[in-house]
Each structure stands twice: as structure tokens, then as C-alpha cells.
Design a protein around this ligand. Sequence first.
Ligand SMILES: NC(=O)c1ccc[n+]([C@@H]2O[C@H](COP(=O)([O-])OP(=O)(O)OC[C@H]3O[C@@H](n4cnc5c(N)ncnc54)[C@H](OP(=O)(O)O)[C@@H]3O)[C@@H](O)[C@H]2O)c1
Length: 282
Amino acid sequence: MLTRVAIITGSSSGLGLSTTIQLARQGFEVLATMRNKDKFTVFNLHTNEQDVLDRILPYQLDVTDQESINRFSEKVNTLERVDVLINNAGFAIGGFAEQVEINDYRRQFETNLFGVMAITQAVLPKMRQKRNGTIINISSVSGRMGFPGISAYVSSKYALEGYSESLRLELRPFGIQVAIVEPGSFQTNIWSSGMEISKGSLNDQSPYHDYMTKIISSLESSKKNHQDPILVANLVAKIANMKEIKRLRYPVGKGLKATLFLKQIIPWKWWERIVLKIIFKK
Ligand SMILES: NC(=O)c1ccc[n+]([C@@H]2O[C@H](COP(=O)([O-])OP(=O)(O)OC[C@H]3O[C@@H](n4cnc5c(N)ncnc54)[C@H](OP(=O)(O)O)[C@@H]3O)[C@@H](O)[C@H]2O)c1
């Protein structure tokens, strides 16, 4: 049987790292892309299964850098096949909307949205040629509900959800499937080194300073409840193996499905009260 090929972005840590190993365990050859070449050996620190490591091919790719994307496109052209693309690379910018620099909003969208679009464009010709392929976009609970203090992140993930919904419809006639995975809160770097807080909101003269401090402490105290990334990795691997991906959205995380259901059925006023109570504990 031919070896199936998966490509993933942002494989150097967190969900991307776990997913890469999980896909390789399942027999996929994984083009494990990451922007920092110094992290190419990260997989050896997380598994000593040699057959798994042999199926992981690290490759340098910054999803916001056009030259890097062009090189990646050429690499994709040399591949026999691409069965699965996982658009995982992402980061978060925190800060209140009045004070987040427009350039920071742009940087947030560059990675979390335009990066996904560019990498998808690079991979699609190969998938179309084979009339086969699965694209899994890693969105977030923040692509389904807004939270104060992270409007840049939330809006980038909402945009990703809309893009994915259209993409799925466009690609159906070509035999290419699209799914969105929506994680809740998992133990990765995203809420620490993967998060940037806009300077304005941290300034103690800022009218939002107290709010921002409460949000940061709420994030800190919720870290102990963050779940193991393996849950997301297992879900992505399961979707990657599906013949027919029936649903567009796959939420994952403790209580997330129930929360999304609640958001749909209760009046908006009640929903806002719950969100503010959870975030600001009042
Ligand atoms: N963890 C959660 O609770 C959670 C919840 C919902 C959604 N998500 C989503 O899950 C995805 C993975 O995040 P994570 O939680 O695993 O956080 P993470 O550990 O910080 O991993 C993010 C990855 O994205 C990479 N990355 C960032 N900018 C990039 C760029 N321009 N080009 C290529 N790679 C880039 C990072 O590379 P470096 O190592 O070079 O920084 C890192 O490998 C993100 O899309 C995030 O929004 C996470």
C-alpha cells in the first residue's frame, strides 16, 4: 500500500507537535513544517520510537513569509501525493480593542488567517490532481464565541471559520474534504510564549488596565484545568483517517459541546452575563 502523506504547519510545539507524532504513529509520512530550523530535533525529545521518527520529515516554513511559502510550494510539487493538510500554526494577541495597534491586528490575521489561505493554495493543486485530500483547519473555541481582551485572536478565528465553510463547499466537487477542529483550553505555549499582550493594555494608566490584569489572572488560574494536547492530536488523526468527513466542525475539550449548545439556546443577555462572570469573577 502507498504511504499516505500529511503536511502540518507549526509542528514545533503544542498541538502541532503531538499531532505530528500521532499521525506518524498511524503510518502517515509527515512533512512537519516549522518556522525555526533549530527546533527540527524536537520530536526526538518526545518519542524514542524510531519507526515513528523515521516517518517525520522536518521542513522549514514560516506561513507569513512569501519566500518561505514559495519554497514550500516547490517542495509540494515534488511530492507524489498529499493526503492531509493540517493548518495548525497560530498565536494569540491579547489587549483591549481600543488599544491594540492596527498593525498587531494585521499580524494576527497574517498568521492565523492569511497563512492558512496561502498554505492551502500551495497544497490544493496536488490534491486536486489526485481528486483526493483532507484539509483540517485548527480553529478554536474562540472561533465560536467572543471573549473580552482577545478580540484580535477571536476575530482571526471567526474569519478562519468562515473561510473554511466556503472552502468546504468549493472543494466538494473535487473530492477534497475540509474540517475545522475547535479546541477548548489545552496545555501548550499559546497562553504563555505564544501570546503577546498589547503594551497599551498593560500600561497602568490604561482605563483597561484592571480588566486586563483580571483576564491575565483568570488565564493563569485556569491553566491547571487545561487538558492534554493528545486529545486534540487523537481527534485530528481520527479525522485524517475518515473516508467521509460528515461534519464541518469538531469541537474538542471538557464541556465545550454543552457550552456551545447553551450559547445557542439561551438569550444573548444571559450568555453575556455568564461570560463576564467567568472572566471577571463577578
Ligand atoms: N492550546 C490551546 O488551548 C488552543 C485552543 C484553541 C486553539 N488553539 C490553536 O491551536 C494551534 C496550535 O497552537 P498551540 O496551542 O499548540 O500553541 P503553541 O504551542 O504556541 O504552538 C503554535 C505553533 O505555531 C507556530 N507558529 C506561530 N507562528 C508561525 C508562523 N508564522 N509560521 C509557522 N509557524 C508558526 C509556533 O512556532 P514557534 O515554535 O516557532 O513559535 C508553534 O509551533 C493554534 O492555531 C491555536 O490557535 C490552541
